[in-house]
Write a protein that binds this ligand. Structure first.
Ligand code: MG
Length: 228
């Protein structure tokens, strides 16, 4: 029996937290931030369920990063850690696809991450998950498999900065609007995918799969576009 999914609506802003799980920071030889930091993905990266493959641009070392994302329920500025969750209407699971080779170049040259994070289809997402299905954002288990082999599987309890603190930080910088997304960082186990690979990802609460949070998406090579 297939679930009727509620698709996410197009966000104005997709804010993505970096370096929010200690073991992932280590695997990429980064240092832990003393305050949260984020970058933006353009809305054109969004790839809804059953909307086609993730497209790998030519010459790209394509990595997956499974993440829990908060879906904003209203316009929000200057949220506090205490009231931040009041502005969240739900969740989704997303895969922050990353052109890792371009990211390494950007890091070494001090250039923005727009290129390495911003290619179209670089954010496959699940359907909308009503907020009540994940009652505690710090007590869920994210997972991602490639061709049936589990690559990432960790509790959101391992986040260095909890979701309210992340929302406080982002809305201290800029206004978020209804349907905007805040991705909360990826646990350890990131790695490469190539054309033909199938990624499956999702989230469990109390050991139970949240059906609305499932992602299944194939990778294909992109024809044309940047680098072609
Ligand atoms: Mg990420």
């Amino acid at each position: 029996m297939s679930l009727t999914r509620t698709l996410l609506r197009t966000p104005h802003t997709i804010a993505c937290i970096g370096r929010n799980y200690a073991d992932h920071i280590k695997e990429l030889n980064n240092t832990a931030p003393s305050t949260p930091f984020f970058f933006l993905k353009p809305p054109g990266t969004l790839l809804h369920p059953n909307a086609g493959p993730v497209l790998c641009p030519r010459g790209v070392d394509l990595h997956y990063e499974v993440e829990l994302a908060a879906v904003m329920g209203r316009e929000a500025d200057d949220l506090t850690a205490e009231n931040a969750l009041d502005a969240v209407k739900g969740w989704c699971v997303g895969i922050d696809m990353t052109a890792r080779n371009y990211q390494e170049t950007a890091k070494s040259k001090g250039l923005p991450w727009t290129l390495c994070k911003g290619f179209k289809t670089f954010l496959p997402v699940s359907g909308f998950i009503p907020r009540a299905l994940i009652p505690d954002a710090q007590d869920a288990e994210l997972y991602l498999s490639v061709n049936g082999e589990v690559r990432q599987q960790d509790s959101t309890a391992l986040m260095l900065f909890a979701v309210p603190r992340l929302l406080q930080h982002v809305t201290a910088v800029t206004t978020l609007y209804e349907d905007d997304l805040v991705l909360t960082g990826t646990p350890k186990g990131v790695g490469k995918v190539v054309a033909g690979d199938v990624m499956r990802a999702g989230i469990r609460v109390g050991g139970r799969e949240i059906e609305e949070g499932r992602i299944e998406v194939r990778v294909e090579d992109r024809v044309g576009g940047y680098g072609a």
